[in-house]
Design a protein around this ligand. Structure first.
Ligand SMILES: N[C@@H](CCC(=O)N[C@@H](CS)C(=O)NCC(=O)O)C(=O)O
Length: 215
């Protein structure tokens, strides 16, 4: 019913979001993996995505070429799965932090690119980078304080908000970022997901090396 076009599992943080959403909510899909910056990527991506970016979800005649738009489409197509939190206030906050992720955190994106096979700190953390790391920690901590009674994820049950922050969990792990107790617990809950572990295992089996992301 769905085909998801993605990049490398080791490096493509936006691809992970589309993939984790479908996998964690047990929605069937075919996967097309096009390694970033490869000849096959340039040849094939235009068949699916007008922006030339991944992820792209193909659903019948429709192409959806942005991670957050994919999340919204899937949430609408499968209302019984409650991909967003059920409570209206929780849903509004979940949408706010997801949009904040989608449109911001440029220091983290540029200086700590997702690279699952890496396990090494960076030499210096600038003040601007530290500010963004602190903001991610504040988000995780306040969500966990408020929704702890309802489950292990940001809003209790797993939701699109966790999908949007999954690459941050992997970046914090790769670059050995120090976090507080509740943020570390949240990271553990995410890393314990069979779906995320499946992605990580596949990423570690990949052999492509993209220098741009090897900081
Ligand atoms: N806003 C887009 C960003 C997608 C994006 O930047 N994807 C990267 C890979 S993680 C890409 O396709 N890069 C290929 C290129 O730049 O040629 C989304 O949310 O899906």
């Amino acid at each position: 019913m769905y085909t998801l076009v993605i990049g490398n599992k080791n490096y493509s943080s936006w691809s992970l979001r589309g993939w984790l959403l479908l996998r964690q909510f047990q929605i069937g899909f075919d996967e097309i993996r096009l390694p970033l910056y490869s000849e096959i990527f340039s040849e094939k991506i235009k068949d699916y995505s007008p922006t030339g970016l991944v992820p792209t979800l193909v659903s019948g005649d429709l192409s959806i070429w942005d991670s957050l738009a994919i999340c919204e489409y899937i949430a609408e197509q499968h209302p019984a799965l409650h991909c967003w939190p059920e409570d209206v206030q929780a849903r509004a906050i979940a949408r706010s932090i997801s949009s904040e992720m989608h449109s911001g955190f440029f220091q983290i994106r540029n200086l700590l690119p997702m690279n699952i096979r890496r396990h090494r700190a960076i030499d210096t953390i600038s003040a601007d980078l530290a500010k963004e790391i602190e903001r991610v920690c504040d988000i995780w901590k306040s969500c966990r304080q408020f929704y702890k009674g309802d489950g292990d994820f940001l809003f209790g049950s797993f939701s699109i908000a966790d999908v949007m922050y999954a690459p941050m969990v992997l970046r914090f792990k790769s670059y050995l970022i120090e976090v507080g107790e509740s943020e570390a617990e949240y990271m553990q809950s995410m890393l314990a997901l069979t779906s995320l572990q499946e992605w990580i295992d596949a990423a570690l089996a990949e052999e492509e090396v993209i220098d741009l992301y090897e900081k």
